[in-house]
Design a binder for this molecule. Structure first.
Ligand code: G3D
Ligand code: MG
Length: 177
């Protein structure tokens, strides 16, 4: 968008297992509306979001197995990692944890924002349990780490203001990077 300061050429990477809600979260951050088309992301989904005169480029990489090898390739192009988990998918949390740590261990300075998504579901783990399940206490003392409990559901309930808080935080990080 004209007039917006672009944050260098670096992207905000949006990663996480397939079905966690990456596309839904991005759609909401970009439009403040809940997405109605539900096709899984094949490959990449790049979204530009403007906030406070700043244009930020988000890049979602499909989370299913064939695309995971790209995660490492794109990591050096990212200045921030957003990792989205399905808080109600208890069975796959160990897998999510494994991938998260594979991503961040070689990158001790990369700031990390975790979205503990699908908080609307009854089975969802609350953020303290997600913190434990993802072993977030092991991500390194020097790293900026933020954890939000999010939901972007179509069930008609209002989207909590925490989504706006998350967007404000990401903008703040972009301004200060
Ligand atoms: P992905 O991009 O990480 O693969 P998607 O995930 O955004 O495509 O979402 C996968 C499914 O989860 C979609 O359902 C989407 O509507 C749903 N979803 C995303 N966020 C939430 C949430 O916060 N709460 C609930 N209950 N569902 C969510 P479908 O059925 O369309 O595949
Ligand atoms: Mg997707």
């Amino acid at each position: 968008m004209r007039g917006c300061a672009k944050v260098k050429n670096k992207q905000i990477l949006v990663l996480g297992l397939d079905g966690a809600g990456k596309t839904s979260v991005l759609h909401f951050l970009a439009s403040n509306t809940v997405r109605h088309s539900t096709a899984p992301t094949l490959g990449f989904n790049a979204v530009n979001i403007s906030s406070e005169d700043r244009q930020m480029e988000f890049l979602e990489i499909g989370g299913s197995e064939p695309f995971r090898s790209y995660w490492d390739m794109y990591l050096p192009k990212g200045w921030l990692l957003i990792f989205v988990v399905d808080s109600a998918d208890h069975k796959r949390l160990p897998e999510a944890k494994k991938y998260l740590h594979q991503l961040i261990d070689p990158n001790p300075d990369l700031p990390l924002v975790v979205f503990a998504n699908k908080q609307d579901l009854e089975a969802a783990y609350r953020i303290t349990d997600i913190h434990d399940a993802l072993a977030l206490s092991d991500v390194g003392n020097d790293r900026k780490l933020f954890l939000f409990g999010t939901q972007v559901t179509r069930n008609g309930s209002e989207i909590p203001s925490i989504m706006q808080d998350a967007k404000d935080l990401i903008t703040h990080l972009a301004i200060n990077m």
